[in-house]
Design a protein around this ligand. Structure first.
Ligand code: NAP
Length: 275
């Protein structure tokens, strides 16, 4: 009988900050699964080789984080519908024939946490998303399925936001703009999905976006308030949260795809981030 744990990992750049190994190990303990979960740092241009090496050595599944979600989509032999529409993959699952299935659990993770943590319904709400990278690609379809009144994508490179609007136009009312030309709010929900803070850069957001009823959600997770969370608090918005809940929920969905078992995310949250 094989008693070696099945191997999983998260791959990205940077990767040192990732909490995915402790989360998945906790999920494994909760569900009685025998896994080993590591971090893999891939250099630019080195993603495919690193992924091949991992799966050739018997790896069963990968989480993929920035900036490789587009490359993971290209790598996967087959993808789930959500991942195909997003053109971005955050979960790779080894198949029996040696190929990989690609999935995207980011949007499911965000929606579950919005409902649990902020108790927020998206229907008929005005949404602003800051950023148009792999994470935004993953969350757009699940957000649009909830029928918001309007959704604005603001991005440093406006062409990337415009391309996303073009791509998802059939799913709901959307527009895009540059970060310095965002239509005035107040928005009901502002989602921060840029990696500016990883380079210690601020977005320089205006005071015209938020009001007392606005909820702000930073996809980045941090034990101390992020620059976006500090901006949101200065705007005296209704609620501000970081992306730790989303991290847990998207991880739980990946775990389910790999192991067929659903971990208890509320218990995991209490354990990993005690109140
Ligand atoms: P990505 O594909 O590399 O995209 C990065 C985005 O950030 C792009 O829109 C980029 O704009 C923008 N950006 C980068 N530097 C900027 C700067 N200095 N000023 C303004 N905009 C800047 O990354 P991603 O995969 O979308 O991830 C985005 C963030 O979400 C990351 O911090 C990631 O950790 C977080 N995330 C969290 C979760 C979770 O579970 N909590 C899940 C997914 C992602 P350009 O198009 O102009 O380059």
């Amino acid at each position: 009988m094989n008693t070696e744990p099945d191997r999983y990992a998260v791959i990205g750049n940077p990767i040192a900050h990732s909490r995915s190994p402790e989360i998945h190990q906790l999920f494994a303990d909760q569900t009685g699964e025998c896994i080993r979960y590591e971090k893999i740092l891939a250099e630019p241009g080195g993603f495919e080789a690193a992924v091949r090496q991992f799966f050739d050595a018997g790896g069963r599944g990968l989480n993929v984080t920035l900036p490789f979600k587009g490359e993971a989509f290209e790598f996967a032999a087959k993808c789930t519908d959500l991942a195909v529409h997003a053109g971005a993959v955050n979960t790779l699952i080894a198949q029996d024939d040696g190929s990989c299935l690609g999935a995207n659990t980011d949007g499911i993770g965000l929606l579950r946490d919005l409902k649990k943590t902020l108790r927020l319904s998206i229907q008929n709400k005005r949404l602003l998303i800051l950023g148009a990278g792999g994470a935004t690609r993953g969350i757009l379809e699940p957000l649009l399925q909830e029928k918001p009144l309007a959704l604005v994508i603001a991005n440093r490179t406006p062409e990337r936001g415009a391309a996303l609007v073009e791509h998802f136009r059939a799913l709901g009312p959307m527009q895009s703009c540059a970060l310095d030309a965002i239509p005035d709010g107040p928005y009901d929900l502002i989602v921060h999905a840029t990696s500016a803070a990883l380079q210690d850069q601020e977005l320089g957001l205006p005071d015209t976006l938020a009001g007392p009823g606005t909820c702000c959600y930073d996809l980045i997770y941090s034990d101390t308030p992020t620059p976006f969370m500090r901006w949101a608090k200065d705007q005296r918005v209704l609620q501000v949260t970081d992306g730790f809940g989303m991290l847990l929920e998207q991880a739980a969905e990946s775990f389910y795809l790999w192991r067929g078992k659903r971990p208890d995310t509320a218990m995991a949250c209490n354990y990993l981030r005690p109140p």
